[in-house]
Design a binder for this molecule. Structure first.
Ligand SMILES: [Zn+2]
Length: 67
């Protein structure tokens, strides 16, 4: 029997605020950390989706993943 751990979700939220310098009035926007994922899906979840879609053919989904 195979199972998955109960706590599989680890969410990291980045709030990128924009502000204006009081002195020179330049608008400055915060940047995400360099090691942050580019999209909303991290590498672990992406690989998990890949296994479900590839190895198990995503047979439980109404909307099969297509590439
Ligand atoms: Zn300034």
């Amino acid at each position: 029997m195979f199972d998955i751990p109960k706590s599989m979700v680890d969410i990291t939220e980045y709030r990128l605020f924009t502000g204006q310098c009081r002195h020179c009035k330049e608008t400055v926007k915060a940047q995400k950390p360099e090691n942050a994922s580019q999209g909303i899906i991290g590498p672990n979840l992406l690989s998990y989706i890949g296994v479900l879609a590839g190895q198990y053919h995503n047979k439980y989904s109404k909307n099969p993943i297509t590439t």
